[in-house]
Write a new protein. Structure first.
Length: 248
């Protein structure tokens, strides 16, 4: 069990990639604290973990609000006295032409996808630096490398997450805190149906070297690698998990 007794916070853990991370981390022995805006979803995800004999605490909240994230961090510290892993996964990706984009929509995407990363990280790094250990994994997107249309607001935020990862890894290195990033490709999740047609999905798969759908478990396994001792020599990096679509 690669994460036995490790304390992990996962944002956006109720569904999709986040749910896949939660399931794998629970199987690997992690003690989980989940936050998601979907209260029924996050409670159900934690109940599944507990039914399997694991430890998971649900929090319904908004990563845009520092006080919501603080509640999760404080609870983890109160119960276990440490935080070993932070997975900044929460994100939204509505497609919209730039010419149709309002300032409010631009701000909403950046607040969730970028400021949410800031809030979680800012709250956990004092604890990680004090204990002189920690793993932070940020979920960005392969669209940063692809430059996909109708996602200017989303790609701008996700590109900033990569820059955030690189800069923070320099500051955290002396404290033995690792900061890395994953850029998922087109992942088969329920929310995908709202933003892409079957034809668009098939066209993306055709661009991949691996001719199959990327699933949440693919991302979760890479996240596990970046969260355990197997990646102790690695920080400031971005790992592309897209079936060999974009290579960099």
């Amino acid at each position: 069990m690669l994460l036995k007794d490790k304390v992990a916070i996962v944002t956006g853990g109720a569904a999709g990639i986040g749910k896949g991370i939660v399931e794998l981390f629970a199987a690997q022995g992690a003690r989980l604290f989940l936050i998601d805006s979907n209260r029924p979803g996050v409670e159900a995800a934690c109940e599944e973990v507990r039914t399997s004999g694991g430890i998971a605490r649900p929090f319904a909240g908004d990563v845009r609000k520092q006080e919501d994230m603080a509640g999760v961090v404080d609870a983890a510290m109160k119960e276990f006295g440490r935080i070993d892993i932070l997975i900044n996964n929460a994100g939204i990706y509505p497609r919209l032409r730039f010419l149709d984009m309002t300032e409010a929509e631009w701000d909403r995407i950046h607040d969730v996808n970028l400021k949410g990363v800031y809030h979680g990280t800012r709250l956990v790094v004092p604890h990680m630096t004090a204990q002189r250990s920690g793993k932070i994994v940020n979920i960005s997107s392969v669209t940063f490398f692809a430059g996909s249309p109708n996602l200017t607001h989303y790609i701008s935020a996700k590109g900033a997450v990569i820059g955030f990862t690189r800069a923070l890894s320099r500051e955290m290195g002396p404290f033995n805190v690792h900061v890395n990033c994953i850029t998922p490709g087109a992942v088969e999740v329920e929310s995908e149906k709202a933003v892409a047609t079957p034809e668009q999905i098939a066209a993306t798969v055709a661009l991949q070297s691996l001719q199959r759908r990327i699933v949440p478990l693919d991302i979760a396994r890479t996240c596990l690698f970046l969260s355990c001792e197997l990646s102790d020599g690695l920080t400031g990096q971005t790992l592309n998990v897209d079936g060999g679509w974009i290579m960099h």
